[in-house]
Structures are given as C-alpha cells and as structure tokens.
Design a protein around this ligand. Structure first.
Ligand code: KIV
Ligand code: ZN
Length: 517
C-alpha cells in the first residue's frame, strides 16, 4: 500500500464528541480516552477547544503531555486569542496541530458572524498565518461547507493553503449532504483549486440524515485522505461519522477501496466500551460493529449457516474488532502488582500512591462480592476511584439501607458526609431508587432536574455489577454521574451523588460553533 492511499483517522471524540449534550468529561477521563485512542492507533486526536474554558485548556494540555504516538490537535476559531490559546495548549505535544475554522455558508456568514465574504477570507488567512507561526501542522475548516457556495469555497481554501494550511477539512456541519453530492463537491474543489495538491483533503460529516459514514466514504473516492470521526459516532446532535464503521467499511471492502488505515482494530470494542462508560452514552444493541447484537445470530437458519460456514452470514470476524477477548483477569487473591499492571495494560495509570490505594481497596471490596473481575469491572472501578480522589467530593455516601417489599412503599435511609459533617435522612418513593434519590435530595436540597437514568450490566451473570448513569441539569448546566456496584440501588445512589458533586463544584464552557469569531 503506498502512502497516497493511506487514510488518516482523525478522532474528535474528545472535542465534537464532547459536544453531545451531557457528554462532558473531566480532564482525567479525557486522558484515559486519549490513551485508549493511542492504543487504537488513531493518527490525530482532537483533544478539545482550549479557548472554551480553563478546563478545556488544561485537558488539551494534559493530553498533549501524555500522548506520544498520535498527533494532538486543538480547535480554535479564526481569531488571535483562540489561536494563541490552542498553540499554548498543544505546545508539549510530540506532534501537534492547530485546527482553525470559520463559517462560509451564506446563512452563517450573514446571520451568525455578520461578516462579508471578504472579511471572512481575511480572518481565515490571518488565522492560518498566525497559527503557522506556532505550529507547522495547520488544519483549516470552512464550517458549513456542505451548504456553502463552491466558488466561495474555492476562493477561501486556495487562500488558506497559500497562508500555510497543510490540511483542508470540508465539514458537512449540519449533515445535509447526500453521498453523490458530497463526493462531487470534494472532486470539484480538488479539481478547481490550483494549489489543491499542497494539502491533505479531509472530511467531517455529521449524521443528521444518518449519512455521515456514507458521505465520508464517498469522499474517499474523490481523493479525501483524512476522515474525521468519533467513537460510537458521538457528537453534536445526531453525532459524527462513527470511527468503527468507517474503519471496518474500508477494511472489509478493500476490494472497492484500495485504502488502508493504521488502526489496531482489536482495540475498537474496548475503546467503545470505555467511551460509553465515561460519557454514559450507551451503545444501542443493534449498532454496527460495537452493539451487543452486531455479531449475534438469533434465527435458527442463520445459526445453522454460521455453524456450517461462518461466511454464510458474517462479513467480519467478531474477534477482529475485539469481541470475545473479555478475559477473566483478576480475582480475590490477586495482589496489588497484578492489579496495577492489568490496569496499566488497560491504559489506567495511577498518578499517585493514594489513587492506587483507593482503587485497590475498591477492587478488594468488589472481589469479595464477585468471583471474577473482568476488564470492564476494572474500568468502572478506576473511573470511580480516581474521580473520588481527583474531583473534590464535598458529599460522600457513608451508609445506605433500603427496604422494598411486595405491597409496601419502598423506603431508603441514607447517611451522607456533607462538607465534613454527617447527615442522615429517610424517604419513601415509588421504587427503591426513587426513595434513595428523595432521601439524598432531602439532605442536599438542590434544585435539579433528572434528565436521564440508565442501568447497564457491566459484564454478564447475576453477580455482574450494575453501572448506573444519571444525568442532571441545574440552571442550564448538564452533568453526568456514574456509579457501579453489584447492588444496583447502591450504584444508583453513588451515580446520583457523583453528579450532584459535579454540579456543586460548578464549571462552564462555551460552545465552539454557537459563538461568533
Ligand atoms: O461540524 C463542524 O463544522 C465542526 C468544525 C469545527 C470542523 O465541528
Ligand atoms: Zn462537527
């Protein structure tokens, strides 16, 4: 395979993915996902939008300091402050990139930016030139290219390449394009722009019509050599092109796409699980590649066919994307070193002895309740342990008791440590979880709205841990909280407290595409 046919996989789970309402991640969570993306061997990790908030800046910087085998990219609007902030955030990276963008569609220029096309070109050129002084790898995106005038796109892209852009990314920001049309746009631009061959062509497709992957693949036929995508297709509104689908389509249909990626496909499922676990966005069962049913055969005819010859009903091997590698790793007799080294293999590293102790302690408690501890259990356990120490936990669970009996109203009795002081409360509810939340609310008295409550089993079996995600909103801020336990009511109380702690701490970020330049 020659280099011209290598597809660069640009992962934007930590940036566009995080723009899914409710998917915000802490710095530590972002670093863990970035490590998983490095093991997956993505080429570029868009780690965030440094000018959005101090937290975003620190997350991008932490990813830049950690990752060695992928380029780390920071997003910036086309203005000096954003570019400088992105340059500062990616400075420690072994290989860095600044990605700057400005909207180019008539509706965005006129209504959102209130700039003339000439002013937009000028800002784009200035931004690229300024970024080029900070970093030699610059990506430029004409936002909403899918609804922009091709003539204007030719003009601004040519100017951006002249100013030093090394990658030109064509976004279908609102997921409006159809595959033939989008491919036609890429072919047209590449054919008409005189300096087109001096940049790598990239696409960034949103999934509003369910066409993000199809549009991205169609663009490859017209010479796109970078695809922007996210794990599990996470992202703004209906999301972005799903990395796992793009990669496996290119690989499975190599007969049609003479292209290759660097991706270690067996890391797809573990990475998908990690992202689902951290964001609380669980994958639908019938989701291609990573859904629990993606390789399950229900009908007798299919089962019979697969047993006789796998290729009757399977176009990919489940193990090639990481299924079936769910090893029983540790048990109650495992020691601290075995625990730490398996965590390290999973990309979970403990920065302090305190974090390791906390996680090991939780591991021992879990091993007392559950015979076999799987990788997924470790991921969940580490998320909780590190969050408990890293994030200021002003409220923690001291004791919990609940009573649920046929014909009786369930009740819960909760003791919390709130700012160093123990407080106790009891409440009744429609079910034990409702009672637990009411009892906690009775103590904290926070005006919150419950947007989402979901329970998933982390592994299989009746002794599996339940993993609960709770999404809360207060005053326009949305946070997720996670909790896991073999008792799902306790897991629910933990998740609720985790989210309440996050809300009590406060922090906010601006949104890259709804802000002006
Ligand atoms: O969808 C979009 O246009 C974006 C840009 C910032 C590339 O996310
Ligand atoms: Zn986007």
């Amino acid at each position: 395979m020659n280099n011209a046919n290598q597809i660069t996989i640009f992962d934007t789970t930590l940036r566009d993915g995080e723009q899914s309402p409710g998917a915000s991640m802490t710095r530590e969570e972002k670093v863990r996902i970035a490590r998983a993306l490095e093991r997956l061997r993505v080429d570029v990790i868009e780690a965030g939008f440094p000018a959005a908030s101090q937290g975003d800046f620190e997350s991008v910087r932490a990813v830049a300091e950690t990752i060695k085998d992928a380029r780390v990219c920071g997003l910036a609007r086309a203005n000096e402050a954003d570019i400088d902030r992105a340059g500062e955030a990616i400075a420690p990276a072994a290989a860095g990139r600044i990605h700057t963008f400005i909207a180019t569609s008539p509706v965005h220029m006129e209504k959102k930016l209130q700039l003339t096309p000439d002013e937009v070109v000028e800002r784009a050129v200035n931004a690229v030139a300024r970024a080029r002084n900070l970093c030699d790898d610059i990506e430029f995106s004409p936002e909403d290219a899918g609804r922009s005038e091709p003539d204007f796109l030719c003009r601004i892209i040519e100017a951006a390449i002249d100013a030093g852009a090394t990658t030109i990314n064509v976004p279908d920001t609102v997921g409006y394009n159809l595959p033939g049309q989008f491919a036609g746009l890429i072919g047209d631009l590449r054919g008409r722009i005189p300096n087109a061959d001096q940049a790598v062509w990239s696409v960034h497709c949103h999934n509003d019509l369910g066409l993000a992957v199809a549009n991205s693949l169609a663009a490859v036929r017209e010479g796109a050599r970078q695809i922007e995508c996210t794990i599990n297709g996470l992202g703004e509104r209906a999301g972005n092109a799903a990395l796992e689908e793009v990669v496996m389509a290119l690989r499975t249909r190599r007969d049609d796409f003479p292209c290759d990626t660097r991706i270690e496909t067996r890391e797809i499922l573990p990475t998908s699980r990690l992202v689902a676990n951290i964001t609380g966005f669980q994958v639908q069962p019938n989701k291609a590649i990573v859904g629990i049913n993606a390789f399950a055969h229900e009908s007798g005819i299919h089962q019979d066919g697969v047993l006789k010859h796998r290729e009757t009903y399977e176009i990919m091997r489940a193990e090639d994307v990481g299924w079936g590698t769910n090893r029983m790793v540790l048990g109650k007799h495992s020691g601290r070193n075995a625990f730490r080294s398996r965590c390290e293999e999973l990309g979970i590293s403990f920065e302090t002895a305190g974090q390791l102790n906390e996680a090991f302690q939780r591991f021992k408690e879990l091993a007392d309740k559950k015979h076999e501890i799987f990788d997924e259990d470790l991921q969940a356990l580490a998320t909780e342990a590190v969050a408990a120490l890293e994030e200021e936990q002003t409220v923690s669970l001291v004791a919990f008791r609940c009573c649920s009996e046929t014909g009786e109203t369930p009740t819960a009795d909760v003791t919390l440590l709130v700012d160093g002081e123990e407080q106790r409360n009891s409440a009744a509810g429609d079910g034990p979880v409702d009672a637990a939340f009411s009892a906690i609310q009775g103590i904290l008295q926070l005006d919150v709205e419950l947007l989402l409550y979901s329970v998933n089993n982390i592994t299989t079996g009746t002794d599996a841990q339940g993993e609960v995600t709770v999404r809360l909103e207060r005053g326009g801020r949305t946070v997720n909280g996670q909790g896991s336990d073999t008792d799902i009511v306790i897991a629910s109380a933990k998740a609720y407290l985790n989210a309440l702690n996050r809300l009590r701490r406060g922090a906010s970020r601006t949104h890259p595409q709804t802000e002006g330049v």
